[in-house]
Design a protein around this ligand. Structure first.
Ligand SMILES: Cc1ncc(C[n+]2csc(CCOP(=O)(O)OP(=O)(O)O)c2C)c(N)n1
Ligand SMILES: [Mg+2]
Length: 260
């Protein structure tokens, strides 16, 4: 497996540009492992990203066709490529800001159309690459460079957003649980139709240090403590679920649909 994954990466592109403790590298590894375990041929795949730290995950690190596009426009390019060549397995990997703020409209409409593509959102709850501004995913009260008194605006629940828009596969997992994350990525990548994965990825540099996390390790521990799986929430009251993040498969409408 190690050898196989080694052949899927551009070794000259390493080390990655990610800060120490950033979760995006774990996500990168999980995506590669998922593809390797599925035994998909990278030559039949296209990876599309927008702009941001997360957008560096596929390009230039994957030895495959990649499109590193404009901020917020990854899904647009992915849609065009898929329409031109329906045989392509198209995977979008980008950040929460890129996909759900500037690119939010494209996200909901691709979900509504059940476009046959996988969208992997590396959600670090902040605009990482540009210095830590508030995002559409930043939790209430969190400190960012643009919310010095704490964020006053409620964040999107990305999974609910795309489910409401029509996505036929939706799942959430954190990079603190790389094996379940890989399992979900395999399901999402092999899904026919619009598949969405929200990968919770810590940003110690911009989110952590402004929000009382002393180390990157603390952020991983906090994710471990607050994530609860869909199986475990049965029978729990809304009060017990307060502050918890539900992870696991949230929607799976089978693999019959999908527009291309
Ligand atoms: C049209 C346009 N507006 C703004 C920017 C500046 N910009 C680049 S990346 C980014 C946000 C990235 O945040 P996110 O998508 O969450 O990725 P992260 O860096 O957190 O992984 C912004 C605002 C830009 N490049 N282009
Ligand atoms: Mg981000």
């Amino acid at each position: 497996m190690k050898e196989k994954i080694f052949q899927m990466i551009n070794t000259e592109a390493f080390p990655t540009p990610f800060c120490p403790g950033c979760g995006h590298g774990i996500l990168m590894g999980a995506v590669l492992r998922a593809i390797a375990e599925l035994e998909y041929d990278m030559k039949q795949m296209l990876f599309v990203s927008g702009i941001g730290c997360a957008a560096w995950i596929p390009s230039p690190h994957f030895k495959a066709d990649t499109l590193h596009t404009l901020h917020g426009r990854a899904i647009v390019y992915a849609t065009g490529a898929k329409l031109y060549n329906p045989k392509l397995k198209v995977v979008v990997i980008s950040g929460d800001g890129d996909l759900s703020a500037i690119g939010g409209n494209h996200l909901i409409h691709a979900a509504r159309r059940d476009m046959d593509m996988t969208v992997i959102c590396a959600n670090n709850a902040i605009y990482g690459m540009t210095g830590g501004q508030v995002a559409s995913t930043t939790p209430l009260g969190s400190m960012t460079t643009t919310t010095p008194k704490g964020n006053q605006e409620p964040p999107f629940d990305l999974c609910k957003l795309v489910e409401g828009a029509g996505a036929t596969y939706v799942a959430r997992q954190s990079v603190a649980a790389p094996i379940p994350l890989t399992r979900i990525l395999k399901k999402a990548i092999s899904h026919r139709g619009f598949a969405f994965v929200e990968a919770l990825s810590p940003c110690p540099t911009h989110f952590g240090r402004r929000n009382a996390f002393r180390t990157a390790y603390d952020m991983i521990q906090s994710l471990k403590n607050s994530c609860i799986s869909t199986e475990k929430i049965r029978g729990m009251s809304p009060e017990e679920l307060l502050g918890k993040i539900i992870v696991g498969q949230l929607v799976d409408k089978g693999t019959e649909g999908g527009r291309s």
